[in-house]
Design a protein around this ligand. Structure first.
Ligand code: NAD
Ligand code: UDP
Ligand code: UDP
Length: 315
């Protein structure tokens, strides 16, 4: 049994991670400032004596006694991370420095939730970990992309300079229960629209593709990466290479909800990538990991979550 710190633990992915760690018998300290996460996401864990919830902003130092750290604190959807872009960069950069300082003092293993956005608007497809990316340093997305890139730099410098044990995962689009209902992302938008009987807003011709990973598969990848030997630092891509068009996604959501919603075409936002797909050869080879939850099954579970959320009047 270990004492494990999860920053951003009251968020979408973090809450699933806390749940898995508790189920494995660990003590979990969940640290969150509730910027995009909620107490509701971890309400079912509060009764567990191995679970502790602490309101704290990771841009400030944190002195706690733990054995492992999963650093997930950072708003993830464009609407949220662009709302206060300076705070977004501070969270990624100052947050990483504080958590690395904590890991250094405790000699703790530390995991970083990085992102496919470090590849920017990629000129290579699919993206392997060797690709250095194509990122605009001064655009609207830069607070997130460059913040996460700088965090990766800090992780590797603490590793080289202070021999810290690091695990850097580059996460691709992920979906599932406890996604934020108003974060503007395609899965939450389509499911909420279908359940409310509103028009499904399909941008462009709907032929653009994405590859979405179900959250349980992703968390399994986190645990396997954390369990690797000290020589494994990453960065390592975690995502689902199964590619489908947004039109197909809209049709699956309409079918599985039994909704009468019609698909409405809207203009494609600027710089919308035609395609995004992870190359997960490394994760397969090193972690013996690949996603197992099919789109339909994952969407079914996501629908069940939003159905309950809407019925409770909280969204
Ligand atoms: P989320 O917004 O649901 O979770 C982020 C959590 O961090 C929230 O609970 C939020 O309140 C908390 N937080 C934000 N700033 C904080 C601060 N300064 N101090 C303490 N807590 C803070 O997002 P998510 O989708 O669960 O993402 C979790 C992590 O995974 C993020 O680091 C994100 O960048 C990364 N990621 C997610 C995706 C995805 O598809 N969801 C893809 C790539 C990377
Ligand atoms: N830090 C922290 N908790 C700890 C140890 C350090 O929050 O348990 C913070 C500390 O405040 C510092 C940062 O982590 O700002 C980086 O720590 P490090 O030891 O690398 O740097 P230094 O303290 O030498 O600047
Ligand atoms: N999209 C859409 N309707 C929506 C929201 C998004 O058709 O209501 C499209 C969007 O244009 C993009 C894809 O779905 O092509 C994925 O969008 P999302 O914002 O979820 O993720 P990202 O573009 O960052 O991969």
């Amino acid at each position: 049994m270990k004492r494990i710190l999860v920053t951003g633990g009251a968020g979408f992915i973090g809450s699933h991670l806390c749940e898995r760690l508790i189920a494995q018998g660990h003590e979990v300290l969940c640290v969150d400032n509730f910027y995009t996460g909620t107490r509701r996401n971890v309400a079912h864990l509060l009764e567990d004596q191995n679970f502790e919830l602490m309101r704290h902003d990771v841009t400030f130092p944190l002195f706690v006694e733990i054995d492992e750290i999963y650093n997930l604190a950072c708003p993830a959807s464009p609407i949220h991370y662009q709302f206060d872009p300076v705070q977004t960069t501070k969270t990624s950069v100052h947050g990483a420095i504080n958590m690395l300082g904590l890991a250094k003092r405790r000699r703790a293993k530390i995991f970083q939730a990085s992102t496919s956005e470090v590849y920017g608007d990629p000129t290579e497809h699919p993206q392997t970990e060797e690709y250095w990316g194509n990122v605009n340093p001064i655009g609207f997305r830069s607070c997130y992309d460059e913040g996460k890139r700088c965090a990766e730099t800090l992780f590797f410098d603490y590793h080289r300079q202070h021999r810290l044990r690091i695990k850097v995962a580059r996460i691709f689009n992920t979906y599932g229960p406890r996604m934020h209902p108003n974060d503007g992302r395609v899965v939450s938008n389509f499911v909420v629209q279908a359940l409310k009987g509103q028009a499904i807003t399909l941008y462009g011709d709907g032929q653009q593709t994405r590859s979405f990973c179900y959250v349980d598969d992703l968390v399994e990848g986190f645990l396997r990466l954390m369990a690797t030997g000290d020589e494994v630092t990453g960065p390592i891509n975690l995502g689902n290479p199964g590619e489908f068009t947004m039109k197909q996604l809209a049709e699956v959501v309409v079918e599985l909800t039994g909704s009468k919603s019609k698909i409405e075409f809207r203009p494609l936002p600027p710089d919308d990538p035609r395609q995004r797909q992870p190359d997960i050869s490394k994760a397969k080879a090193i972690l013996d990991w690949q996603p197992t939850v099919h789109l339909e099954e994952g969407i079914r579970r996501t629908i069940a979550y939003f159905d309950e959320l809407l019925a409770s009047g909280e969204a």
